[in-house]
Design a protein around this ligand. Structure first.
Ligand code: ADP
Ligand code: ZN
Ligand code: ZN
Length: 671
């Protein structure tokens, strides 16, 4: 028997301090902890779970400063070197300490002090037989384009990024599934990661995957799982039992020791970008992960992001195209523009749109009205003195929610009863201004008393499972008119839907955000794509005051190609992404001046050639929940130059020890 002797564990901890900490651990040679294992340590007078990133025989830390690790979670097999490298890359790229990336990427139950939950999950998983039959059930015959795409993806060796560019309803899902079938058949232990933008899209896809691969284990990973479920699913992936992992952006950091293919559905979707904490792009990390593992990755969309389109045009990504709808006789809907100057809307609806809905009612078909604004009206106002319902804590308005009899701020969640009279002049006649989904629903109900109207938005689907219930009602055909926000725009395959009305998309045309038109186009194409999927002729009516606008022209012709080329040209001339790389430094404080002062200091503390640092400005929505926010944009035509600058800059900023709360976002989407 050997005597225990100390080794030294380098442990990454979830803290903003940019460091890895050394701990001592007594062990015998044969049970030395491994890199990638988790350990319980005491840190800053707390006990926390950290990640072992190095094991050494010596340490520079003086003996009197050195603490013993409290426990090593030996029942959990170590995270792989590749996984550590992925977390390391994300940490470097997004300029965060490794611990702040790696640990929050793990299920919460792995980071608690006791191992009760872990042990329970391991036991449960050990009892689960991992089925091992990758034979797919009834595969539909692909059309030649689909087959070609599936073969490229499924048969690819090595790093092969591909854009699957297919119009809505072209059968991209079927291509993914058949590519998956090829990979599962070829790689006896191979795992596949499928990312989707939002959880309300998953049930349909999850059902399809389960039905197609009844003999393999599927694990889902998304934020609406309970911690217990998440732990179990994460472990199933980590142990290699789950051959397919279906998840939202957070699943990109899951441990998949035998990952052989990555699928990203609706790759253009902004929800792949985490907008708080570590502001990473799951899509970009996925491409890096595929490169790291030298495996194929497919990015699917009808309206690819300009970044991805740029790569496909330049040949860095393979471009696989599906130009037609997959279902026999299904054609893309006819898109028409309704000029709101000529056909003046009543209750938000032009007579053409009303007539089109009536026609659908008579034929027993479904209509969808799309309006990206929930609530009854975005604001209420007093017509005699001009008072409007502003939020007292934010640079925004209190939205009227009539069914709930409340005013609500959508930014800080401040709520109040609807005032009976104007708070400034006492006038009792307060009027709603503008229109949200609740008001549209009310108008439709008045106009079509016999219609079954259903509203689907964040308010109507607050209860767990209620979104799914609502969608099921639509699928069963128990709804005539569906009113909804972007929640209904994506992914759903509504068979009886033959009319889409888009209420008022114009505001995005004149946004100062240069990405607004790219987003509006994608959104219109997505929502338009809900119509006519089962082969019944269908139309999309867009109500607008600017029917001449080229963006609408491109939507009418379903012409993403030209639209994207024109936008890319504009971006190149204006030196904007993807021809330029950006990072955004944000600061927040009680007083705007404090935030601006901090950013000015940041602007002046470091200069490097090839790096442009703009002046600090208040954010468009300056105040949220009584905090003022400002930002500073850093730009460079070279990504490596920007990365090098940021690294140095962060060190300087961290050493400034300012009391202002600040954060950095690399590749920001909203500027
Ligand atoms: P997308 O994701 O491209 O919008 P989907 O994958 O939802 O399209 O497919 C649209 C419809 O076409 C679905 O109802 C699907 O079952 C059907 N479909 C896909 N491929 C085929 C095929 N080869 N033959 C017949 N129907 C198909
Ligand atoms: Zn008033
Ligand atoms: Zn507010």
């Amino acid at each position: 028997m050997n005597n225990p002797r100390p080794c030294y564990l380098q442990i990454a901890i979830d803290t903003p301090l940019n460091a890895v900490f050394d701990y001592r651990w007594q062990c015998e040679d044969h049970d030395r902890p491994a890199v990638g294992q988790l350990a319980l340590v005491s840190f800053a007078r707390r006990e926390v779970v950290g990640l072992i990133v190095g094991v050494a025989d010596e340490t520079d830390v003086p003996v009197d400063k050195l603490k013993d690790a409290l426990a090593v979670r030996s029942q959990l097999s170590p995270l792989s070197q590749k996984w550590l490298a992925l977390a390391g890359f994300a940490a470097d790229y997004y300029q965060r300490p490794l611990g702040e990336v790696a640990l929050p990427g793990l299920p919460k139950n792995l980071r608690v002090l006791t191992t009760v939950a872990l042990d329970r999950a391991l036991k449960k998983l050990a009892k689960l037989d991992a089925p091992h039959d990758a034979t797919p059930a009834d595969m539909p015959v692909l059309n030649p384009r689909q087959q070609a795409a599936a073969d490229v993806i499924g048969g690819a060796q090595g790093f092969t990024p591909a854009l699957l560019y297919g119009v809505t309803g072209s059968g991209k899902t079927e291509v993914y599934l058949q590519a998956c079938a090829q990979v599962l058949a070829r790689e006896p232990d191979g795992q596949i990661l499928i990312l989707v933008p939002e959880i309300n899209l998953t049930p349909q896809l999850e059902g399809n995957i389960r039905a197609r691969f009844p003999g393999v284990m599927l694990a889902t990973l998304h934020s609406s799982l309970s911690e217990g479920e998440r732990m179990l699913h994460w472990l199933a992936a980590h142990q290699g039992k789950a051959r397919i992992v279906l998840g939202t952006r957070l699943a990109i950091l899951s441990s998949l020791p035998h990952l052989k293919l990555i699928v990203i559905d609706e790759e253009h979707d902004p929800s792949y970008k985490q907008q708080e904490g570590l502001r990473y792009s799951a899509r970009d990390l996925a491409v890096w992960r595929a490169w790291q593992l030298q495996i194929p990755i497919v990015l699917g969309s009808a309206t690819p992001s300009l970044e991805t389109w740029h790569h496909a045009q330049s040949g860095r990504y393979r471009k696989l195209e599906l130009r037609e709808r997959a279902v026999k006789n299904a054609v893309l809907p006819q898109v028409k523009l309704v000029d709101m100057e000529r056909d003046k809307p009543k209750d938000g609806l032009t007579s053409q749109l009303v007539a089109a809905i009536r026609q659908r009612m008579e034929r027993g078909e479904q209509s969808l009205l799309f309006l990206n604004r929930r609530g009854y009206a975005p604001v209420i106002c007093c017509e005699s003195c001009g008072w409007i319902s502003e939020c007292t804590r934010c640079t925004s308005f209190m939205v009227l929610h009539r069914p709930e009899h409340r005013l609500r701020c959508h930014h800080c969640s401040l709520e109040m009863r609807i005032p009976r009279h104007c708070p400034t002049c006492g006038n009792v006649d307060l009027q709603p201004l503008g229109r949200g989904t609740q008001r549209v629903e009310e108008g439709l109900q008045a106009l079509f008393p016999e219609a079954r109207v259903l509203r689907i938005d964040a308010d109507s689907t607050r209860k767990k499972g209620s979104a799914q219930q609502a969608f099921d009602t639509v699928h069963r055909g128990e709804v005539d008119i569906l009113v909804g926000t972007q929640m209904v725009a994506k992914g759903h395959d509504f068979k009886k839907l033959t009319l889409v009305g888009i209420m008022n998309p114009d505001t995005a045309l004149f946004s100062q955000d240069y990405r607004a038109s790219e987003r509006l186009f994608a959104q219109l194409m997505q929502v338009a794509g809900r119509a006519g999927r089962a082969g019944i002729p269908s139309e999309v009516l867009i109500q607008t005051r600017y029917p001449q606008h080229p963006l609408y022209g491109a939507v009418v012709h379903h012409d993403y190609d030209h639209f994207a080329s024109a936008l890319l040209e504009e971006r190149e001339q204006a030196a904007l992404p993807p021809y330029l790389f950006q990072a955004l430094l944000r600061a927040e404080a009680r007083e705007l001046a404090t935030a601006i002062e901090f950013l000015s200091m940041a602007r002046d503390c470091l200069a490097q050639p090839g790096i442009t640092i703009n002046d600090p400005i208040p954010m468009t929505m300056t105040r949220v929940h009584n905090v003022d926010r400002a930002q500073l944009l850093v730009e460079s035509p070279s990504r490596p130059a920007l990365q090098a600058f940021l690294k140095e800059w962060m060190q300087v900023l961290r050493s400034m020890k300012s009391r202002v709360k600040w954060s950095l976002e690399v590749d920001p989407l909203d500027i």
